[in-house]
Design a protein around this ligand. Sequence first.
Ligand code: AMP
Length: 210
Amino acid sequence: MKRFILFGAPGSGKGTMGERIQRDFGFARIATGDILRAEIERGSAEGRQARAHMDSGGLVPDELVIEMVRRRLQAGDLDGGYVMDGYPRTLRQAEALSQVPCDGEKAVFIEVDEEQAVGRLLSRLTCRECGAIYNRANKPPLRPGICDVCGGAVEPRRDDNEQSVRERFRVYAERTLPVIEYYHRLGVLARIDGNGPAGPVYERLRGLIA
Ligand code: AMP
C-alpha cells in the first residue's frame, strides 16, 4: 500500500487536507492527534498520560505514540493506501515508520506563513466526536455548535490558545523540521504553498497524489 505523509507547522492545514484526501482517494487517514484525543475522551491510561503534554503544546512521549501507530498500522483498512497527518513528528518516530514497508512513499511539506497559521488556529473549531474541522471566520458549522458530519459538539480545541500555540510552533521548529529534512534526503519530499483558502491549496496537493 502507498504511504502519503503530510508535514507542516501547526495551522498549515494538514487536517483539512488529510480529510479531503481521505474523501477523494479512499485513503485511510491516520491522525495521531485525533487518536490521542479519542484516548482522552475514553479516559484510557494512554489518554491520561498524553493529556498534560497536549494541553501545554508539548509532544507526547515517543514510546507511547510509536506503539499507538504500530497498532493502528495493523488494522485491515490500509490496502488502498493511507495518509499520515501529524506523524512522524520526531526523528525517532520517522525511523520507526521507515521500518514499516510500503509500495511507495511520498511526503508533502505544506508551507504557510506563521501569522496566517496562528490566525487559523485561534479561530478553529473542531468536533469533539469525529474531529471534523471548522473555522469561526469562513467555515462555521451549519447549526452553531453542532457538527455537520456527525452531530457532535463543535468547539475550540483545548490547545488552540495563544500560549499552547506558541509552544507548538517552538516544538515544531526544534523537533519536526529535522524530520522534514530527513524526508528531503530520502528524495520523497515535495513542497506546496499552503497560504490562502483551502480549495486552491488542495488543488496544488491533488496533483502530487494522482
Ligand atoms: P495535532 O492534532 O496533530 O495538532 O496534535 C495535537 C497534539 O497531540 C500535539 O500538540 C501533541 O501534543 C500531540 N501529538 C500529536 N501527534 C503527535 C506525535 N506524532 N508525537 C507526539 N505528540 C503528538
